[in-house]
Write a protein of this length. Structure first.
Length: 364
């Protein structure tokens, strides 16, 4: 049996094709720009600040890791910032709920967790948002309604479902004012496991106020998306449950925000869940321990041209909502904030060994 023939990628792709598994790029180019969000100057600048913070924070994490200051598995979000800012920015901080993955730093920042608390957690310090017990993959903040990052794929979806059920139960069973919506973030690889489908079914059956956000960056660690699933268009899987599904350009924050606004509106109105597939690309390897040798340089160069931060910057200046100078000043301010977060983390205390079992059990 010729396994190379069986495992071969899309027949339309040749070995000379510089863009491996081209289908992802073709889907993105054929999307157009369906109903992007309309923004004013304030919203535009806030989106730029949030995306810039995410990008500069992750760059600093890479620097600290390679300098031997940060340890463990660290999964960076570079390239996908439009999704975090677009979805969470369309929701209400400290009111709605957010559930992340092991690639959770930027989701935490978008939810409002201070950069110094996130950085402290990455250094394993007591001042971290998880008190130094969680590290990179397990960020958590009750105050900011961040339900956690999860090391195993799919773990967070049932947790997010529980938060959405809580919102509905409070409103319908306890007669409390409750219109919070939950956003569950996960990747394309997660859409091949059972929990994904089970949760879609329950969410639609009970009309739960939840948004399933698929960050399809086309690579599940080192497995290309179109080699791992029989139906590559994940958003179409919503139809099997009678749920609205939407496919959007995950490299365009305004497209993401527009889709999120529509999903939030449906959820708050009691119309149930939405599945949003965001077509995106991560600019770094799976983690900082990944040499990123499976993806060709041509492919990475192709996607770098679609940088979501550069696109937003261009949109803001062309529309006259901001000047180049204003955006440069924001970048300087963000750089200062990130540098201060590192200094804070380096000087913060380690967790007390005598409190090893603290936070394991519920406390009065």
């Amino acid at each position: 049996m010729n396994m190379n023939k069986i495992m071969s990628p899309n027949p339309n792709q040749t070995s000379q094709d510089p863009i491996q598994h081209r289908e992802h790029a073709e889907r993105l180019s054929s999307l157009g720009n369906p109903k992007p969000a309309e923004i004013n100057r304030e919203i535009g600048l806030n989106l730029f600040k949030d995306m810039t913070l995410g990008r500069r924070f992750e760059d600093k994490c890479a620097e600290m890791y390679y300098r031997g200051k940060m340890f463990g598995f660290v999964h960076l979000y570079n390239g996908q910032e439009a999704i975090s800012s677009g979805v969470i920015g369309a929701m209400k901080r400290k009111h709605d709920w957010f559930c992340s993955t092991y690639r959770d730093h930027v989701h935490a920042l978008s939810a409002g967790v201070p950069a110094k608390e996130v950085m402290s957690e990455l250094f394993g310090k007591e001042t971290g948002c998880s008190k130094g017990r969680g590290g990179s993959m397990h960020l958590f903040s009750k105050e900011h309604h961040l339900l956690g990052g999860y090391a195993f794929i799919g773990e967070g979806i049932p947790v997010a479902l529980g938060a959405a059920f809580t919102s509905k139960y409070k409103k319908e069973a306890l007669n409390e004012e409750s219109d919070s919506v939950t956003a569950a973030f996960f990747g394309d690889g997660t859409c091949n496991i059972g929990q994904f489908y089970e949760c879609l079914n329950m969410a639609q059956l009970w009309k739960l106020p939840i948004i399933f956000v698929v960050e399809n960056n086309k690579w599940a660690i080192g497995m290309a998306h179109d080699r791992a699933t029989s139906e590559t268009e994940i958003w179409r899987k919503a139809a099997a449950f009678g749920m609205p599904g939407e496919e959007i350009d995950g490299m365009d924050v305004l497209a993401v925000r527009g889709a999120a606004q529509r999903a939030v509106k449906r959820a708050r109105a009691g119309e149930g869940p939405t599945l949003i597939e965001c077509l995106t690309y991560r600019f770094r390897g799976h983690s900082l321990a990944d040499p990123d040798e499976l993806r060709s340089e041509k492919e990475k160069e192709f996607w770098a041209q679609k940088d979501p931060l550069k696109k937003l910057k261009k949109d803001l200046t062309i529309s006259g909502l901001a000047s180049e100078e204003e955006l440069k000043n924001i970048e300087k301010h963000i750089d200062q904030e990130v540098n201060e977060s590192v200094e804070f983390a380096l000087n913060a205390p380690e967790p007390d060994p005598s409190e090893l079992t603290k936070y394991i059990w519920a406390e009065n």
